[in-house]
Design a protein around this ligand. Structure first.
Ligand code: GDP
Ligand code: ZN
Length: 311
């Protein structure tokens, strides 16, 4: 039977939906048992964005193999869990959506997510949503503080408003001809942004109601790819909350902090955990203000979590 390749655009639980991107012509598929067996400690063998080989005999296609992934975003259900779950594969970009108020940015979450992106080679843009709230007391100061931290690391930052339409064209333009994932904690405005970018898309979950039942077991959370009429494909990732690091050696954690990677060559001891060692270039950079204390604290808390999970 002829083998063709297609991209997984949705996982419904009982079967997958495929399309031969960039064409959008969706059809159902099941997975061959032997492919399923190879999943190891992953709770899902195939993720949205996976490029698969399939055969087709009638209505239902059969996934025969998963092609090697360019990259992927993964998470553990809890920090101490050994099980992991691929959220999406073969991403051209992740938009990490944050807001300054309602909710306020949670740096440990943000940094954990960024480390995961670095570890799996996924380009990331930080999107500050809700700029229309600039009239609030302290808003401008919060934005400047936040941008200072992440601009120094080297991350691209966009400031947008789903509500007022600020920079929505620019965001749409960045999605063109690529596969992007929208991530961020509940309430930052992911669904609102996707709706602003692509009003033609219906069935995008909006916040509150759907969150309630997504906060249960991660295995019941299904991600979905949507085509943009202006070109490109987006995946919304509702309910990404806890973000367990995975497969990261304690020793390599600091290499996923780009600002630490830039200076760690100058540490006197190698390997250096950048915690207690004399002559540590990372700690010197924190003292001199080159590395932000917020980021360094995130590093320390991730290191601590890794220690716990190894016991
Ligand atoms: P999600 O959970 O990340 O998908 O967030 P939603 O899109 O459901 O939005 C959460 C809340 O933030 C809703 O009450 C939205 O109306 C509000 N919201 C979203 N975008 C904006 C924005 O640009 N400005 C303001 N002021 N509120 C927004
Ligand atoms: Zn060091």
């Amino acid at each position: 039977m002829e083998k063709r390749t297609a991209t997984v655009v949705k996982h419904t639980g009982s079967h997958y939906l495929l399309s031969e991107l960039p064409a959008w012509d969706v059809f159902p598929a099941v997975i061959r048992g032997v492919v399923r067996l190879k999943k190891g400690s992953l709770t899902n063998p195939v993720a949205v964005g996976d490029i698969v080989e399939y055969t087709r005999d009638g209505e239902m296609a059969t996934i025969e193999a998963i092609l090697p992934r360019k990259n992927y975003i993964i998470r553990r259900s809890t920090n101490l869990s050994k099980e992991s779950h691929i959220i999406a594969a073969n991403l051209d970009r992740v938009f990490l959506v944050v807001s300054m108020v309602l909710p306020e940015p949670k740096l440990p979450f943000i940094d954990r997510f960024l480390v995961t992106c670095e570890a799996y080679s996924v380009p990331v843009t930080i999107v500050i949503n809700k700029t229309d709230l600039e009239y609030l007391d302290g808003y401008k100061e919060s934005v400047e503080w936040f941008k200072e931290i992440y601009r120094n690391v080297g991350y691209e930052i966009m400031e947008v408003s789903a509500l007022r339409g600020d920079e929505i064209d620019a965001l749409r333009q960045k999605c063109k001809d690529s596969v992007s994932l929208f991530a961020g904690v509940s309430g930052v405005g992911k669904s609102s942004l996707i709706k602003a970018i692509a009003p033609e898309l219906t069935g995008i979950r909006t916040g509150e109601i759907s969150m309630a039942h997504l906060q249960g077991k991660h295995t019941t959370t299904f991600y979905e790819m949507h085509p943009l009429s202006t070109g490109g494909f987006i995946i919304d990732a509702p309910g990404i909350r806890g973000f367990g690091l995975i497969d990261l050696e304690k020793e390599s954690l600091s290499t996923y902090f780009p600002e630490m990677l830039r200076v760690m060559d100058n540490c006197r001891f190698k390997p250096c955990t950048h915690t207690h060692e004399p002559g540590c270039a990372v700690k010197e950079a924190v003292d001199s203000g080159l590395i932000s204390p917020e980021r360094y604290n995130s590093y320390l808390s991730m290191l601590e979590d890794e220690n716990k999970s190894r016991k």
